[in-house]
Design a protein around this ligand. Structure first.
Ligand code: DQA
Length: 151
C-alpha cells in the first residue's frame, strides 16, 4: 500500500511559524513522524510539500496510478482552492484531510474547506497525531475494514 502525504504552503516553516498554534516541532520532525506512521501502518509513505497551488495540483494528478490514497493538509489553500478540490475529484483516490490546528474554532474565513469536500474524513486539532490517524484510517479503509461516515 502506497500513500502520498501532501502538505501545502508554509508547513515547511513548522516550528518557526506561530508555534502557539502549530507547535514547536519543525517540518523535518513531521517527516520523521510520518515515516514512523508508515512503518506502524505497514504502508509506504511518500511526502510532498509545496507553497505553490499548481505544484500541489500536479502532485495530486501524478499520484493517479501510483498511490492508493492521499493524506492532505492543503494549509491556506484549504479555504480557497477549487483547483485542489477538482484535482482530488479527478484522480478519485481515497483522500483524508488533516489540519494541525482546530480550524473549526478559528477565524470565519477558515470555516470553508474546498479540499475537504473530496475527502472521506477530516482530522483537525490533533497536531501531528492527526496525520497518524489519517494514515491508519486509510489503511483500514483500503483493506475494506472501515467505511466512511456520511458527510
Ligand atoms: C492549517 C490550517 C489552515 O487554516 C492554515 O492556513 C494553515 C495550516 C493547519 O494545519 O492547521 O496553514 O491547515
Amino acid at each position: 500500500m502506497k500513500l502520498l502525504v501532501v502538505n501545502g504552503p508554509n508547513l515547511n516553516l513548522l516550528g518557526l511559524r506561530e508555534p502557539e498554534i502549530y507547535g514547536r516541532q519543525d517540518y523535518a520532525a513531521l517527516l520523521d513522524f510520518l515515516a514512523r506512521c508508515g512503518e506502524e501502518a505497514g504502508a509506504e509513505v511518500d511526502c510532498f510539500q509545496s507553497n505553490h497551488e499548481g505544484a500541489i495540483v500536479d502532485a495530486i494528478q501524478a499520484a493517479w496510478g501510483k498511490y492508493d490514497g492521499i493524506v492532505i493538509n492543503p494549509a491556506a489553500y484549504t479555504h480557497t482552492s477549487v483547483a485542489i478540490l477538482d484535482a482530488l475529484k479527478a484522480v478519485a483516490l481515497p483522500a483524508v484531510e488533516v489540519h494541525l490546528s482546530d480550524v473549526s474554532r478559528r477565524e470565519s474565513f477558515r470555516q470553508v474547506s474546498y479540499a475537504g469536500m473530496a475527502c472521506l474524513r477530516t482530522y483537525m486539532g490533533l497536531g501531528f497525531e492527526g496525520y497518524r490517524q489519517a494514515i491508519l484510517f486509510l489503511k483500514e479503509y483500503l483493506e475494506g475494514r472501515e467505511t466512511p461516515p456520511d458527510r
